[in-house]
Design a protein around this ligand. Sequence first.
Ligand SMILES: [Zn+2]
Ligand SMILES: [Zn+2]
Length: 181
Amino acid sequence: MELRVAEIKEQSAELQIEESAESFPILAQLAKEEGYVFLGPVCVSLSADVVGGIVELSGQLSVEVEIPCGRCLAPSLYTLETSFSHSYVDALPQVSGEDGEELELSAEEMGLELIDGETIDLTEEIQQQVVLLVPAHPLCSEGCKGLCFECGVDLNHEKCQCADKKVGMHFAGLKDLKVEK
Ligand SMILES: [Zn+2]
Ligand SMILES: [Zn+2]
């Protein structure tokens, strides 16, 4: 997701951008490896303000995603939303200390980011924001019973006899001996 700096500077602008989740490498990886299903694009609304050579960008993002329940794997719908803001400059301003000497401060120390080239790339920022919003323990519901460890049935919808079987397990061993004879 790239923004043209010249465009932003010309018109302190309100922008609506939609971009498919698959175009963000980390989100594409979540879809491929973790079973995430993004139900729509990542929607970002941005407002840019240019104040004294500093481009102040603030944005809100939202994306709808189905994440497999950590216990039963059923897809659970999450709307991930957050806001962020950044300040960008073409060149770092010179900062003087109390004694008039020039201080060497990094962009980070000044809370600024340097514009590299003609565009501002928000890809990394946006995918990191989305990752921060992902629930650590996604659950379809608080009371989800999960899958049976033995036979794999979804205990929310079905009952299985695995718990009963365990009680009689050593008898089952004897029974098998008889069958083989
Ligand atoms: Zn569940
Ligand atoms: Zn079972």
